[in-house]
Structure formats: structure tokens, C-alpha cells
Design a protein around this ligand. Sequence first.
Ligand code: FES
Length: 170
Amino acid sequence: MASKARKDNEEFENGAFAPTGPHDQHSPGEAGAARQEPVPDETDLAAMARERKEHVVGDVSDFSEGSHRVVTVGGRQIGIFNINGEFFGLPNVCPHQTGPLCEGKTTTGTLVANEENDWQFEWAYEGEIVACPWHGLEYHIPTGRCLAFSNIKLRTYEVLVEDGKVKVRV
Ligand code: FES
């Protein structure tokens, strides 16, 4: 059990710990601040990218546009999303209480208000948001950002399409 929790935490960046609820007053980033890892430089990142292996997870026809499914690669569950022909991968584990976040049935968009649109709510990111089926925390699939807690960012996996095969780099 302890090893599972340790593995799950590897899926979140910044060593962020899960909040205890969507309206938690404490910043998850504060809890993780004491154990922040050193930031790898560009040479380290290039070496890490080379070490990642590509794994075939299916045919392109298995992932129609707007669909997603969870695959298992090297013992990890990864959600593969096809958003308008572009593929993305996220860990199938939610930082809140380790819910299977990529098993949310559909993807959607969200309301956005900012200075650029004069603080008027507008629908945006259609098809790019998945909600965890357990308690509803929403994540932006291309970036892994949690909408409610901007300091929580999921690891993202590179997903490639070559010769009609969908491959994920892990
Ligand atoms: S486990 Fe609670 S929102 Fe995902």
C-alpha cells in the first residue's frame, strides 16, 4: 500500500500533496515545499527524454476524435485523449484522493473570465477538460493543470501517432 501511494505521488509535479477537498483552505503546494526536488537543467531533461521508451497502446482507429480511454503501460494507468486529432496522456490518478480521473465519461469545456474579455464569462477549452468521477475536480488535459488549484499540475505523457499506431512515451 505504501509503495502504491509513493508511485501515485510521482504523477504530480512540484511534490504537491493532495488537498483534502475541493474547497480546502490550505495550499497543497505548502505541504510539498519542504521536499522539493532539485530542478533538472536542459541537459538532464534531454537525457531523461531519451531514456523514455515508446509503447504502442493501440491503433489510431481505437481512439476516435473526442474520445479517451485508459491504458496500462509498465504498471501505470494512463488516460489517452484524442482532442481534435491531437493526442495527450495523463496519469489516471487524481491528486485529491487518488480517484481514477481519466475515467470521467466525457470531456467538456469551462467558463473563463479574464482581463482580455473584460471579465465576462466565456465558454472555452471545449473538449479539453476532464472531471474526476469521484468528486469532480477538473483538469485541463493538454497541460495537466487543475482548474481549482493552480499549483497542482499533473504529469503529462507525450503521445505520438506513427504508422497508424498510437504510442505513449514513458
Ligand atoms: S479523488 Fe476527489 S476529485 Fe478526484
